[in-house]
Ligand binder design. Structure first.
Ligand SMILES: Cc1cc2nc3c(=O)[nH]c(=O)nc-3n(C[C@H](O)[C@H](O)[C@H](O)COP(=O)(O)OP(=O)(O)OC[C@H]3O[C@@H](n4cnc5c(N)ncnc54)[C@H](O)[C@@H]3O)c2cc1C
Length: 481
């Protein structure tokens, strides 16, 4: 840090105050200089690095974990390599498809398993409701003519019919700001009842802990993106990668000239007129002309940035949340569903809210493992517990619903995305009002620090959003080099 011309003593002290003393004052173990440092070996950071290398730029990717992929995580110790993170992608994911082709990552068409995925057993308050009984069941809150629909298929057609966003980037258009209200408020405005919102959204939300804390704009953006993907995909729903989706970032990292440096937990980033510095918890300091940072906001807010970032972007860093999701992966010892004659897929309003029979064998009928998805309020509850207690609570609920499964499955993996220190949650969760407040500033460069990551994507979501954002950040740096 003493070798930092251009940084005033005041800024240095300000930086030191936020960095653990040992790291700030201890000997700098390595002085690493590159043209560009990329923080994070997820899809966005790796895409940025590959594009810069293609242009002959000297790039070093550093990563906090000891693996690449970030929120793409395939469980290789579970039968069939099920995904704990990025699950599938469509033919319209142009950038992701391109890297798969370039790095020869095999693709598995998941279209044949979609009908199996959509067929679930409904369990409310611990009791299974046979399909034939649902239309006339006392707990069915749907209006006449719609009562035959299962809860997981009811809301999307309503959202689709009323979605005003016609293009991928329309969510950022200030003319649409009136949709930056809670999903709950928007749905109630359409005449959707509280019981329907509770049953169809709050039990297993994709966005928010309930419909109250997510902006309708985000759900509408997600729907528009899905519709565009459906058009581009035609009859193909989507793919996973051979060996699990993690094979994609692994192949991308393998294509870099300079290997990714692992276990580099970034705790400070400093930018000045003459260059930028990245400080890691182990005392390593990296120097570069530019830094590309792919950390989610929920992690970035723990990192000291000097000079501080204020205004709309500062608000984004400090307040943009990430979706809570936890997963339990179960290996199957015996197919209990053949014994109790029930569907292995479950949608419930209990703790083990969604159980998915993974079909990663040769035929779509082959069930290779089970994945329990815990979302929304249930995920935030589980995040108050350590792994052992959370898994015990989830399995207790699962066995209550499916007594036949006891002794026939074994827990093979658990992942809480919130408790993961390098993610602190899953995809960015835009709360009501946040799109209007700071979406336009979230990916702005700050001096020599450039930002990527799915939360900064403009027209795409998920894995393709990550790829899009990495591309944008790389072009930004190239424009300045
Ligand atoms: C359960 C789940 C299901 C999903 N399903 C889908 C799906 O079906 N389709 C889809 O398209 N997308 C899906 N996604 C989303 C998709 O996986 C992500 O949007 C995408 O992978 C994000 O990539 P990224 O590069 O933006 O971020 P990340 O992958 O999070 O990359 C950021 C990197 O920065 C590193 N990092 C963080 N902090 C530090 C630090 N302090 N120091 C050093 N390194 C650090 C992280 O370890 C990570 O490698 C899903 C995600 C999850 C979790």
């Amino acid at each position: 840090m003493r070798n930092s011309p251009g940084l005033s003593r005041r800024t240095i002290l300000k930086g030191i105050s936020a960095i653990p003393v040992a790291a700030a004052l201890g000997p700098v173990r390595a002085q690493n200089r590159s043209k560009v440092i990329v923080i994070g070996a997820g899809l966005s950071g790796l895409n940025a690095a590959l594009l810069l290398e293609e242009q002959g730029i000297d790039v070093q990717v550093i990563e906090g974990r000891s693996r690449v992929g970030g929120r793409v995580l395939s469980q290789r110790n579970v039968n069939g390599n099920p995904e704990s993170g990025g699950t599938s992608f469509g033919p319209g994911y142009a950038r992701l498809m391109d890297v798969c082709k370039r790095f020869k990552v095999g693709l598995i068409d998941v279209t044949p398993i979609v009908p199996f995925f959509n067929d679930r057993e409904l369990v409310l308050d611990g009791k299974a409701i046979p399909k034939a009984e649902w239309p006339t069941h006392a707990k069915n809150p749907f209006p006449d003519g719609m009562k035959q629909l299962p809860p997981w298929a009811y809301l999307m057609p309503i959202i689709g019919k009323n979605n005003p966003l016609k293009t991928g980037d329309a969510w950022l258009d200030p003319a649409n700001a009136r949709y930056d209200i809670s999903l709950h408020e928007w749905l109630v405005g359409l005449g959707v009842s509280e019981e329907v919102i509770e049953l169809c959204w709050n039990n297993n939300p994709n966005h928010g802990t309930t419909a109250h804390d997510v902006s309708a704009m985000m759900v509408l953006f997600g729907h528009t993106f899905a519709m565009i993907q459906a058009q581009l995909g035609g009859k193909t729903f989507g793919y996973t990668a051979t060996g699990g989706n993690q094979s994609i970032p692994e192949a991308m990292a393998g294509g870099l000239r300079k290997p990714v440096q692992f276990d580099r937990n970034v705790i400070g980033i400093r930018t000045a007129g003459s260059g930028a510095e990245v400080h890691c918890a182990d005392g390593t300091v990296y120097k570069a002309d530019h830094v590309i940072c792919s950390m989610p906001m929920s992690v970035l807010r723990r990192v000291h940035i000097d000079p501080l970032i204020g205004g709309k972007q500062g608000l984004a860093i400090n307040t943009l949340a990430s979706q809570p999701i936890n997963m339990v992966h179960l290996n199957i010892k015996r197919p209990f569903w053949e014994e109790d004659g029930r569907n292995p897929n479950i949608f419930s309003n209990g703790l083990a809210g969604m159980v998915v029979a993974e079909r990663k064998g040769k035929a779509p009928q082959d069930i290779t493992s089970l994945t329990v998805w815990i979302r929304g309020r249930n995920a935030t509850w589980m995040d108050t517990m350590d792994e052992k207690a959370a898994v015990a609570a989830i399995m207790d609920d699962f066995y209550r619903v499916r007594p036949a499964a006891r002794g026939k499955v074994e827990v093979a993996a658990y992942h809480s995305w919130y408790r993961d220190p390098f993610s602190a949650g899953d995809w960015a969760l835009w709360a009501p009002g946040q799109v209007s407040a700071f979406a336009s500033a979230v990916g702005n460069a700050h001096g020599r620090i450039h930002f990527c990551g799915e939360h900064t994507a403009v027209s795409n979501r998920g894995m393709e959003g990550a790829m899009e954002s990495g591309e944008r950040a790389a072009f930004e740096v190239l424009g300045l080099s």
